[in-house]
Design a protein around this ligand. Structure first.
Ligand code: PLP
Length: 395
């Protein structure tokens, strides 16, 4: 006998992966440039040149036994210190090496944080639309996902949020800039989330934890857009960070968790994070890339190509009559589908070789996600296909 839940997860590929595989098959038939694959959130800009230089320098100068060896389970102490100082410099926080646990990307950061905090059956509040794996991660760690329905502008519905908190609640996950909507939460929103959690925490007589999932923190396109550093607003916050998108390193599996001193009983929460890392087998994040990050901690990617893509696609689609909230960050557009059944709409889009992800998987039917981390020419060439698709609904 095998556990049915794992068997189901392993045999049913995610809708996004399914579509990506379909795209590969279709490209082999009609040609790469004839298929407009907007399925995956795989960064399309190269890592900053400093990343490759750091890899080469480390390989050329460091003892390979150490470089490819195990680090401490929670990550190399100097790497953690470097990252802590960087966070303090950017955000005026007071973090040190012992507040940081190195991980294999945001997915590991989230699973470890949830495992460290949740008792069996406790609830995890998630705002729709959301990264579909949140439900898998929460349930995989013994929790229950509780979804707060979306608002039309995809900012969190704070009244519904307050109503969703009950004696079973333990954690709340927020993700800004957001996958799939691209929305960024303002300082006002973060403050209100904190107020609600403080109030409810007091009423219920228990600690409530905020998990902020931040792989897109640096991907914002207007200089006035500020992504608040959440630990400064709510004391029981764990930051789940990853370099997958900010430095275009998704395959290297590198990120971290911050457990600030302000967290109630923070030493034990950090110990529980270490225990969860151990129980899940997420110890000693890739050593070479820990060292690379320490060397490149100040590097930023040139995201002008994403901004250009966002503007081209947003302007192109809205001119064609598609409706969409203009995203401030990440690299997704979340667009209203031209029929209520978004799965049917995305199936129809395939007839035009447009690969779009139905909003249903993000708990938001009636919408589609378009990942614009693609070549500019894919966007330009796709617009006639979007036009033909829209016209097919006018007939
Ligand atoms: N969280 C969000 C919102 C994401 O979009 C992703 C990946 O696309 C992840 C977490 C997982 O990131 P990582 O590849 O760093 O594990």
């Amino acid at each position: 006998m095998l556990p049915q839940d794992m068997l189901t997860l392993g045999t049913k590929r995610s809708v996004i992966r399914e579509l990506f595989e379909y795209g590969k098959m279709r490209k082999a038939i009609v040609g790469d440039d004839k298929v407009y694959d907007f399925s995956l959130g795989n960064p399309s800009i190269p890592s900053p040149k400093e990343v490759n230089e750091a890899v080469k320098e480390l390989l050329d100068t460091q003892d390979p036994i150490i470089l490819h060896g195990y680090s401490s389970a929670q990550g190399d102490a100097n790497v953690r210190k470097t990252i802590a100082e960087h966070i303090n410099k950017l955000h005026g926080t007071n973090i040190n090496a012992d507040n940081i646990y190195m991980t294999c990307g945001a997915a590991a950061s989230l699973c470890i944080s949830l495992r460290a905090l949740l008792l069996q059956g406790e609830e995890v509040i998630i705002f729709a639309p959301f990264f579909p794996e949140y439900v898998v991660f929460a349930e995989g760690q013994g929790g229950k996902a509780k979804i707060v329905p979306p608002r039309a502008d995809f900012q969190p519905d704070l009244q519904a949020f307050e109503e969703a908190i009950n004696e079973s609640t333990k954690c709340v996950i927020i993700n800004s800039p957001n996958n799939p909507s691209g929305v960024v939460y303002s300082e006002e929103t973060v403050k209100t989330i904190a107020e609600i959690m403080n109030r409810k925490s007091q009423q219920l007589g228990k600690e409530l934890f905020l998990i902020t999932d931040e792989p897109y923190r640096e991907l914002v396109y207007d200089k006035d857009t500020v992504v608040p550093y959440v630990t400064k607003y709510y004391k029981n916050t764990l930051v789940c960070y990853s370099y997958s998108k900010s430095l275009s390193l998704p395959g290297e599996r590198i990120g971290y968790i911050v457990v600030p001193d302000e967290v109630t009983d923070s030493k034990n929460v950090y110990a529980s994070v270490c225990g969860a890392g151990r129980a899940l087998g997420y110890v000693c994040a890739p050593t070479l890339f820990q060292q690379v990050i320490a060397k490149c901690v100040d590097c930023v990617s040139d995201i002008s190509a994403y901004k250009k893509n966002r503007d081209l696609l947003y302007n192109g689609l809205t001119q064609l009559g598609y409706e969409c909230v203009k995203p401030d960050g990440a690299f997704y557009l979340f667009v209203k589908t031209l029929e209520e059944d978004s799965v049917a709409f995305c199936e129809k889009a395939k007839e035009y070789d447009l690969l779009l992800v139905a909003g249903d998987g993000f708990a938001c039917p009636g919408y589609m996600r378009i990942s614009y981390c693609v070549d500019e020419k894919t966007i330009v060439n796709s617009l006639p296909a979007f036009k033909a698709l829209a016209e097919s609904y006018k007939k």
